[in-house]
Design a protein around this ligand. Sequence first.
Ligand SMILES: Cc1cc2nc3c(=O)[nH]c(=O)nc-3n(C[C@H](O)[C@H](O)[C@H](O)COP(=O)(O)OP(=O)(O)OC[C@H]3O[C@@H](n4cnc5c(N)ncnc54)[C@H](O)[C@@H]3O)c2cc1C
Length: 258
Amino acid sequence: MGDWNTTKVLDHGFVHLRDSMPSIWSTRVVDGLGAGDYRIEEAARVSTSHLPMDVQRSIGVAGDYAVTRTSEQTKKLIKYMFDNSHTTPFEMVRLTYVVKAPIFVERQAVRHRMAGTNEQSARYSKLPCEFYVPSIDRMQEQSTTNKQGSGALLDEEQALQCIGLIRRSAENAYRDYESMLNSGLTRELARMVLSTNFYTQKFWTIDLHNFMGFCRQRCDGHAQWEIRQYANAMLSMAEHVAPYVISLFREKHGLVAA
Ligand SMILES: Cc1cc2nc3c(=O)[nH]c(=O)nc-3n(C[C@H](O)[C@H](O)[C@H](O)COP(=O)(O)OP(=O)(O)OC[C@H]3O[C@@H](n4cnc5c(N)ncnc54)[C@H](O)[C@@H]3O)c2cc1C
């Protein structure tokens, strides 16, 4: 997967930034500022009665908007709003992703209610035999200090045994799924036996303010490792849309770019 807006995640998944508002295809980064950064400034400047130049022209009013703004002024305004929780201008930028992820990852992602999701339906079509099997360096034991976290690595023999069990369970489930479909059972019931490591796909749209809320929670070390891989991939792509805002976000939360 070569383009900057498509990344492979886990063994069969991916993240693809489909488009954004303003469009990723109109984005040209100058002085560390992208189209998303400028959109935030445009929206914010309406508060002080400054409309964008082209809007002023369209309505036949002469004004002082962009001609008098320097990159440093734009950055100063955005940083002020970022630091002081003036959040609504950040909602004027939107991101749309296409994502393929295991069902258990999607179940965590769908909790972010401010995002819009349209997910593949296993009622309409038969799911392929694609399921997530963690690699051996992810085969960790239950953490003793964090009830929802992972601890040290299992020893190799135990890890390989568990990997074998994960694979066998999913293969058995898929065999039963196909067998029930072949018996004529409706897809909406047959799918019940598939485990949550089977892959699903979705379109996912979110504004930049809520996207940063998602990344604050899901790039964090307390989030499950698998969803972190997706959140980090999405964050890197958002950098092309609003590079200055994402750099402020990374700095605030100690998230280093890959
Ligand atoms: C490490 C971790 C562990 C978790 N464990 C669990 C768990 O065990 N069980 C579980 O069910 N969930 C769990 N969650 C999900 C968590 O409780 C949130 O539902 C999820 O992270 C979405 O966060 P959010 O509400 O901020 O995002 P969104 O739903 O996108 O909402 C964004 C913001 O909009 C506002 N908002 C949205 N909906 C409402 C509302 N109805 N009323 C008022 N304000 C609203 C809030 O300000 C909210 O922060 C976990 C999340 C994390 C990161």
